[in-house]
Design a protein around this ligand. Structure first.
Ligand code: SF4
Ligand code: SF4
Length: 585
């Protein structure tokens, strides 16, 4: 079967004069595989199209996608957004008393699934008209049928933490928002969860005055305090530091009863590993089509995801697996120091950062971990020469390329090709950075038209293109989906090692830091008051310090070597705590 998708917001027939139609071999031979619709945009007839892909190549605005899929999938269409629009195949199987994790890149149908499960969107099975009976028939013999029967009969009460939290950044006091529409029991839950997540101190502030992380925690409290039998949490980790993510995972698990359903979507695989009982993986092509895998145990599902292969489906959805190393030995890098610093102090407002003397070696990638508000970004700016210390010095002066945490588009008319155009097609940079990150596909788009994740990748490419002795990346995984994080981690490590460059990488995704770093600097302190840092230390020591502070233990997966958080009070958790080995190599 053929799936043709037109991204109407990108299609500009007035600028291209229908190049797609002009070059379509079927149209040229008189068959109406493409015609012009009432809105003046092209319509592709999927039954007449032969899937040659010429129109895709000719379209100057990357507005068209045509994919050929096995015919067997025809019966599995669960929802279609309309003619030449995104299609979702198969569905998830929510289970009572279990947390189901949904993993996959952005634009692949995860939020669509949550909207369907919450009754906001009626799936159409790819047909013009459907009724509830058709949908129940689709699920005949599966556990999902009970769920949909209850949903259609009004027996499902949903509590939903949506993905885009900025919608809630409004002129309303936190306490009023949290208690609005709640009964006595729910208000008690608000106060219990608020104290666990340290939201109580925000009660008198307005939602619009909160940081992203604070607003995220308020919305998680609101969602989990509501009396419901189904809880959906769409990206509850965004804007939170590692400690807060792990705390939220524990709170979500406590919410589970034998009678409710919990479904969680997030891009942090360590969080998903801790929170889920089962996972289902979404694969396909972003904004074109998504297929939902069978249900896997969390460990097996995440391992499959990392390896890019689903054995039950016999589908390889990524060209390369991500390989983690055991860390029983310190990774070898040069012992020649590239840059050193003496004891440093820096005060900004009421916050003071104190840094112990140390340095970064040549050819070394140093990760930075720590809770929010303890000075990681200030430190990166000191090393980059964007801030000067109040006392102490950093020497010698070296050339630094810096990728900031917050990305600002200063020239919205600049196109991606203005940045990547200087890279020779076929060069090593092209093969090692541009192609794996697929940024060449964005060439004709303006920076102002990019999503957060696309902009992040362009910022990383732009930074790597600069000649420097040290590359500093502040939160390179922010806005990236799970698939992009794995790719960016691999590209950064492979490319920096190939070029024998040094780098400092600050991030909240522990898997990302574990994969990329040779050594780690560990930050601690009291958020917004003071921060100190230790290191660079070897990965095991730094992780031990940090994991002890946030109260979790980790082991390595036997099959993939990826780091995994132990379930609280499990045998391994208890043993490792006793031995003071929070990070097991
Ligand atoms: S894929 Fe080929 S046949 Fe199909 S619409 Fe495009 S150009 Fe025509
Ligand atoms: S799909 Fe591309 S080539 Fe076809 S009309 Fe739209 S912009 Fe032009």
């Amino acid at each position: 079967m053929r799936v043709a998708v037109l991204r109407k917001e990108r299609c500009k027939p007035e600028d291209c004069n229908y190049l797609c139609m002009k070059f379509c071999p079927k149209v040229r031979s008189g068959v109406e595989a493409i015609k012009v619709g009432e809105d003046k945009k092209p319509i592709i007839n999927e039954d007449l199209c032969i899937g040659c892909g010429i129109c895709v190549k000719k379209c100057p605005f990357q507005a068209l996608s045509i994919v050929n899929l096995p015919d067997a999938l025809r019966k599995d269409v669960f929802h279609s957004y309309g003619k030449n629009q995104f299609r979702l195949f198969k569905f998830i199987v929510p289970r009572k008393g279990k947390v189901l994790g949904l993993i996959g890149e952005n634009g692949i149908g995860k939020t669509t699934v949550l909207n369907i499960l919450s009754g906001k969107l009626l799936p159409n099975l790819g047909r013009e008209k459907v009724n509830h009976r058709d949908i129940l028939d689709f699920f005949k013999g599966s556990e999902a049928m009970n769920y949909f029967r209850d949903l259609f009969q009004g027996r499902i009460k949903v509590s939903y933490k949506i993905q885009n939290i900025s919608e809630f950044s409004r002129d309303e006091k936190v306490r009023d928002f949290l208690e609005e529409g709640f009964e006595e029991g729910e208000r008690k839950e608000v106060s219990k969860l608020s104290s666990e997540l340290r939201v109580s101190k925000l009660f008198s502030r307005k939602l619009m005055e909160l940081s992203g992380g604070e607003l995220q925690k308020v919305l998680v409290v609101k969602c989990l305090s509501r009396e419901a039998n189904v809880y959906f949490l769409d990206e509850p980790c965004s804007y939170l530091d590692i400690g807060e993510r792990l705390k939220i995972a524990r709170i979500i698990r406590k919410k589970l009863t034998t009678d409710n359903y919990l479904v969680v979507v997030d891009h942090d695989l360590i969080f998903m590993d801790l929170v889920s009982d089962f996972v289902q993986i979404f694969y396909g092509r972003s904004n074109v089509y998504g297929i939902i895998s069978s249900i896997y145990s969390t460990r097996v599902g995440i391992n499959n995801y990392i390896e890019g292969y689903l054995p039950v489906e016999n589908v390889k959805f990524r060209e390369f697996p991500i390989k983690f190393e055991r860390r029983s030995e310190v990774r070898k890098s040069s012992v020649n120091e590239l840059v050193k610093w003496s004891d440093l102090k820096k005060r900004i407002g009421n916050f003071e950062l104190v840094v112990k003397s140390s340095g970064i070696n040549e050819k070394e990638i140093v990760g930075v971990i720590g809770i929010n508000g303890t000075g990681k970004t200030i430190f990166s700016k000191l090393i980059s020469g964007l801030e000067t210390p109040d006392s102490g010095e950093i020497y010698p002066k070296i050339k630094v390329a810096y990728k900031p945490q917050y990305l600002k588009v200063t020239n919205p008319d600049l196109k991606v090709r203005d940045i990547i155009g200087k890279v020779e097609v076929g060069s090593l940079f092209w093969k090692q950075v541009i192609l794996p990150l697929r940024v060449n596909l964005l060439s004709n788009l303006k920076l102002s038209e990019l999503s957060g994740g696309q902009l992040q990748k362009i910022a990383l490419v732009e930074c790597l293109l600069r000649e420097a002795e040290l590359y500093v990346f502040d939160e390179p995984s922010a806005y990236l989906d799970v698939e992009e994080r794995l790719k960016v981690a691999k590209v950064l490590r492979d490319f920096l090692k190939f070029r024998e460059s040094s780098a400092l990488i600050i991030d909240h995704d522990l898997l990302f830091i574990d994969y990329t770093s040779d050594r780690i600097i560990y930050f601690s302190g009291k958020p917004a008051e003071f921060g100190t840092c230790e290191g660079p230390l070897d990965v095991v020591t730094a992780m031990n310090f940090f994991l002890k502070e946030v109260g979790v233990t980790m082991r390595r997966d036997k099959h993939t070597n990826r780091p995994r958080v132990n379930k609280p009070n499990s045998r391994l958790d208890v043993e490792q705590r006793k031995q003071n080995k929070y990070y097991y190599v």
